[in-house]
Design a protein around this ligand. Structure first.
Ligand SMILES: [Zn+2]
Length: 446
């Protein structure tokens, strides 16, 4: 009996008012299991470039990787199409779902490259369709079918490099839109018990719980961590105070910095392509309305604005303490020029590599009595109020000040981190070439 490998990617099913693509995946996990389909991987939740201008919410695409008997292939396809159609917000103007059925066992290198580009930059439908023709993939699009792009990207990103896991628990429909009810102290206990192998459970600056999203989507909470075992353990520790309809463990690129691509020169920076770039702070930072910090960095090729917004917390504070001459590495999305604002990097992280010396200029002291001299005006020298002597030849003295900031890495506060931003807790835990083994017992319900 020949088993057929299938990679089923889909995207762009939700809207700001309704739905969630991961929920469709969770429904399909149950439906496909009932059909007797085997999963060769946890459902993959692949976050694409968070800086594309047309993204819905988190810009997450899904891929289910399964093996089934050949005679089941058609019913699997029908089941997926039906689930996407029934659970997408098709009435919303910008929701344009797409599904990709990919039946090769191995993912071709070109499709992997397409996925990389969808995560770090911008890809188009033309390239997606060309690749799908070449590899005989089947696509189903609703309306313009823009979701096909994300669907193919999810197929292509099989997370062989660094990756994490997320267990997501879903609410029952009667609770959609209502305040999420979970026992807060159980979340803090879970965080303590599973640290450092889970991340972004709570925001230490505000004490806010981060595992519950806001908005009308069906997610009750999601816990992120390094292994399926740890997220399952964490899930069992959290006490929901409302019914959980279902839950699933996903394998994801959350917390991996997968979207950031290093540029060698500042002149290579393009709008919508998240970057890591190095430069020297060109002038002391400015505070613009609503307490955002703006500073410029430069290298021999170009000069570019960087912005640290108010909710970035500690990152904003460090940015405000930079001075001209500091050497920094900046990480973030790139906003195109608009109005009178130039191309700007919205900071997610900042690495302070070298501190410039900070000088404060003081008046010299009187050579006779030692009292601090008074200035007679710019370039006109000084006079002593006590001895009534004038010193036209003296100049201000540079005094070196201790800098308040230290070299090192600064990351935006957890409450304003992107799904893809690698948090402090994950540094040193990156996975490389980790093949998917056997899935753990009980990775979903029902
Ligand atoms: Zn004097």
């Amino acid at each position: 009996m020949a088993l057929q490998q299938m990679h089923i990617g889909f995207d762009d099913t939700d809207s700001p008012r309704k739905g969630c693509t991961t929920y469709i995946a969770a429904l399909l996990v149950e439906k496909l299991h009932r059909l007797g389909v085997g999963f060769t991987d946890y459902p993959n939740l692949v976050r694409l470039n968070p800086n594309v201008p047309w993204k819905t919410r988190g810009n997450g695409a899904l891929c289910l990787r399964i093996k089934c008997e050949e005679k089941l292939v058609d019913v699997v396809k029908e089941t997926v199409i039906e689930a996407v159609e029934e659970n997408s917000d098709l009435a919303y103007r910008c929701t344009e779902p797409g599904i990709v059925f990919f039946t090769r066992a191995k993912i071709p290198r070109e499709v992997k490259a397409f996925a990389r580009n969808a995560i770090t930059g911008i890809v188009n439908m033309k390239t997606a369709l060309k690749l799908m023709r070449r590899y005989r993939a089947e696509a189903v699009g609703f309306k313009s079918g823009r979701g096909i792009i994300g669907g193919l990207a999810a197929v292509g990103e099989n997370l062989q490099g660094d990756h994490t896991f997320e267990v997501i628990a879903y609410r029952t429909p009667e609770n959609y839109g209502l305040k999420r009810r979970i026992d807060a102290s159980s979340v803090f206990e879970m965080d303590k018990a599973t640290a450092p192998y889970t991340f972004n459970n709570v925001d230490p600056e505000t004490g806010r719980i981060l595992i519950t999203p806001r908005g009308p989507d069906p997610i009750l909470f999601g816990i992120r961590g390094e292994t399926p075992e740890i997220v399952k353990k964490a899930f069992e520790m959290v006490k929901p105070l409302e019914p959980v309809e279902r839950w699933v463990i996903f394998r994801t690129n959350h917390g991996t910095d997968a979207h950031l691509k290093r540029v060698k020169k500042l002149c290579e920076i393009k709008p919508y392509h998240p970057v890591i770039a190095k430069g020297v702070v060109a002038a002391n930072p400015k505070t613009v309305p609503r307490r955002h910090i703006i500073f410029q960095i430069k290298d021999e090729s170009a000069c570019i604005d960087c912005a640290a917004y108010e909710p970035t917390g500690n990152l904003r504070k460090v940015a405000s303490q930079l001075i001209a001459g500091d050497l920094v590495e900046v990480y973030g999305g790139v906003r195109p020029p608009s109005g009178n604002r130039p191309l700007t990097i919205n900071l997610e992280k900042l690495r302070l590599l070298r501190l410039a010396p900070k000088f404060v200029y003081q008046n010299p002291v009187c050579p006779q009595c030692g009292k601090r001299l008074k200035s007679m005006g710019k370039g006109k020298g000084f006079r002593c109020e006590k001895c009534h002597l004038r010193y036209p030849g003296l100049e201000k003295i540079a005094v070196k000040y201790k800098r308040e900031v230290q070299k090192g890495l600064y990351i935006t506060s957890p409450r304003s981190q992107r799904h893809l931003t690698k948090p402090f807790r994950r540094y040193g835990m990156e996975k490389r070439h980790a093949p998917v083994g056997k899935l753990i017992e009980g990775w979903h319900f029902p």
